[in-house]
Design a protein around this ligand. Structure first.
Ligand SMILES: Cc1cc2nc3c(=O)[nH]c(=O)nc-3n(C[C@H](O)[C@H](O)[C@H](O)COP(=O)(O)OP(=O)(O)OC[C@H]3O[C@@H](n4cnc5c(N)ncnc54)[C@H](O)[C@@H]3O)c2cc1C
Length: 442
C-alpha cells in the first residue's frame, strides 16, 4: 500500500508515524513545501524570545528520525490532485501515485486588503522565514505595530514584549481575543497589556501603511491617528490551504470538507489538521492526524465530533478555554447557567501574587453538565485540564467537588466552583428541611 501525505506540519508528521506503527510494510511519503525539516509553528514565539534556536523548533530533533522509520520526506509542492488516476502533481515536475492520500496542508495567514501591506517591514508571523525577518527588525527599543489580537496575535504579543520592543496592538473587535473570549476576559487582558506598557487600541482598524524614511513605516488608523513603526506584523486570521484541490473533485468549503471520520468526498482521500478543522491548534492537528490514519486503515471508528478540544495562549496571564462560550451555547438553543470565581478567593494565588484572574464555567441550566469553561490566570492551561477531563469523560461539575485538593494550591479554586454549583442546587425547600434536621440534632 502506498500512503502519500501532503503537508509536513504536526498533522502530517503524526499521521506518518502512526501509519508506520500500524502498517509496518507500507510505503510512506511525506511531502512538504517548506525548505526546513518539519517544524512547529507554535515554537516560533520561543525562537523569537531566544529560548530556542531554529533547530529547537524542529518537530523531531533526531536527524535520522524519518529515515529510521522508513518515512520518505520530500520537499516539493503539490499543485494538483488527479483523484481518478490516484496521482498528485508536483511543482518541480512529474507526479506521485498513491493508494491512500492524506491532505494535511494546514492554513496560511490572510493579508487584509490594506494599501501598503506589501511594503518591506510588513510581515506575518507564520513561518520560520517570517520569524527570522521579525527577529531582524524587532530589536530592543524598536517600534512595532501588531495588527490583530486574536489567538495568534496574543501569543506573538507576549514574545514581542519580551524582546523589549515598543509595542502597539490594533484590534478591530471591541476587545482582545474577541472571537474566543468574552468581554470580561478580553478587558482583563487589555488591562494587563497596558500595565506592561503595551499600547492597545480596540475597535480600531489599520487604514493604510506607507513606507517612510530609513526603512521605517507610517501606519494610519481609522481614528485618524498615525503611528511610526520599524515593523508591522499582521495576525489577522488564517485560511485553509486548499487551492491545489481545484478540479480534483474533493469538496471544499472554508476548508476541506470531511465527514466525522475525516474522510473527504473521495473515499481514498482523508484530511486532517488546520486544513479541515475549525480548531486550528497543534494538539488538534496531532489528534486528527492520528485519527485520520487509524480510520483510513481500520474502517473508521473514531469520530472527530467526540473530541473535547481545549486551547490556551501562553501569555502572561494565560487564557485557556474548553467547550462552548455562553454565546455559542445560546446559539445552540441551550439554557445556560454561568458561575464565576475570582482568584482573589484562592490563598495560593494571593500568596504568589497571581490573583488577578478568574474561573468561569457554563452549565446546562438546572443540571451540572459542563458546556464550557474559561480560565484567565497564570497557570490557566494546566488548571483547565480538570474541566477538560470531566467533559471528555462525561462527568458533571459536581464530580470535581468530590476530591480533596491539597492546600494551598490554585487547583483548589476548581473545587470552589464545583461547590458553588452544589450550593445553588439547594432550593428553598431543601434549605428549610436541612435547617430543621440540624436544629433537631442540636
Ligand atoms: C506563531 C504561532 C504560534 C502558535 N502557537 C500555538 C500554540 O501555542 N498552541 C497551539 O495549539 N497552536 C498554536 N499555533 C497553531 C498551530 O501552529 C497550527 O494549528 C498547526 O501548525 C496546524 O498543524 P497542521 O499540520 O495542520 O498545519 P501546518 O503546521 O500549517 O503544516 C502544514 C504544512 O503543509 C505545507 N503545505 C501547504 N500546502 C502545500 C502543498 N500544496 N504542497 C506541499 N505542502 C504544502 C505547509 O507549508 C506546511 O508546512 C500557533 C501558530 C503560529 C503561527
Amino acid at each position: 500500500m502506498k500512503h502519500l501525505i501532503v503537508g509536513a506540519g504536526p498533522a502530517g508528521v503524526i499521521a506518518a508515524e502512526t501509519l508506520r506503527r500500524v502498517d509496518p510494510g507500507s510505503e510512506i511519503v511525506l511531502i512538504g513545501d517548506e525548505p526546513e525539516p518539519p517544524y512547529s509553528r507554535m515554537a516560533l514565539p520561543y525562537y523569537l524570545t531566544n529560548r530556542i534556536d531554529e533547530e529547537g523548533t524542529y518537530l523531531r530533533k533526531n536527524r535520522q528520525h524519518f529515515e529510521d522509520r522508513r518515512i520518505e520526506v520530500e520537499r516539493d509542492r503539490i499543485t494538483g490532485v488527479d483523484a481518478g488516476n490516484k496521482v498528485v502533481k508536483l511543482e518541480k515536475g512529474g507526479q506521485r501515485g498513491f493508494d491512500r492520500l492524506l491532505i494535511a496542508t494546514g492554513s496560511h495567514p490572510i493579508r487584509p486588503p490594506i494599501p501598503g501591506m506589501d511594503s518591506p517591514g510588513v510581515h506575518s508571523c507564520w513561518t520560520l522565514e517570517d520569524a527570522r525577518n521579525i527577529a531582524a527588525r524587532a530589536v530592543k527599543g524598536s517600534e512595532v505595530v501588531l495588527m490583530g489580537a486574536g489567538f495568534i496575535g496574543c501569543i506573538i504579543l507576549e514574545a514581542l514584549a519580551l524582546r523589549g520592543v515598543k509595542l502597539t496592538v490594533i484590534e478591530m473587535g471591541d476587545r482582545m481575543v474577541p472571537r474566543m473570549m468574552d468581554q470580561t476576559a478580553g478587558n482583563l487582558i487589555k488591562k494587563w497589556c497596558q500595565a506592561k506598557g503595551v499600547g492597545v487600541h480596540t475597535s480600531t482598524k489599520v487604514e493604510s501603511i506607507e513606507p517612510a524614511r530609513k526603512g521605517r513605516l507610517k501606519v494610519k488608523l481609522d481614528n485618524g491617528s498615525m503611528l511610526d513603526a520599524d515593523l508591522v506584523i499582521a495576525a489577522t486570521g488564517v485560511r485553509s490551504n486548499t487551492d491545489f484541490l481545484k478540479d480534483s473533485g474533493v469538496k471544499t468549503e472554508v476548508g476541506v470538507l470531511v465527514d466525522d471520520r475525516l474522510q473527504t468526498s473521495n473515499p481514498r482521500i482523508y484530511a486532517a489538521g488546520d486544513v479541515a478543522s475549525p480548531f486550528k491548534f497543534t494538539h488538534t492537528a496531532n489528534a486528527l492526524g492520528r485519527m485520520a490514519m487509524v480510520n483510513a486503515l481500520f474502517w473508521g471508528r473514531q469520530r472527530a465530533s467526540r473530541l473535547v478540544v481545549p486551547w490556551c495562549t501562553y501569555t502572561e496571564p494565560e487564557l485557556a478555554h474548553v467547550g462552548l462560550s455562553e454565546r455559542q451555547a445560546r446559539e445552540q438553543g441551550l439554557e445556560v447557567a454561568t458561575l464565576t470565581v475570582p482568584f482573589t478567593e484562592n490563598d495560593r494565588a494571593v500568596l504568589d501574587e497571581e490573583d488577578g484572574g478568574f474561573i468561569r464555567v457554563h452549565l446546562k441550566r438546572g443540571t451540572d453538565r459542563l458546556l464550557g469553561a474559561t480560565i484567565v490566570a497564570a497557570h490557566a492551561g494546566d488548571l483547565l485540564t480538570y474541566f477538560t477531563l470531566a467533559m471528555a469523560s462525561g462527568r458533571g461539575l459536581g464530580s470535581l467537588a468530590q476530591a480533596i485538593y491539597p492546600y494551598p494550591t490554585q487547583g483548589e479554586l476548581i473545587k470552589k466552583v464545583a461547590n458553588l454549583h452544589l450550593q445553588t442546587k439547594l432550593t428553598p425547600t431543601v434549605k428549610r428541611l436541612l435547617g430543621a434536621v440540624l436544629a433537631w440534632r442540636r
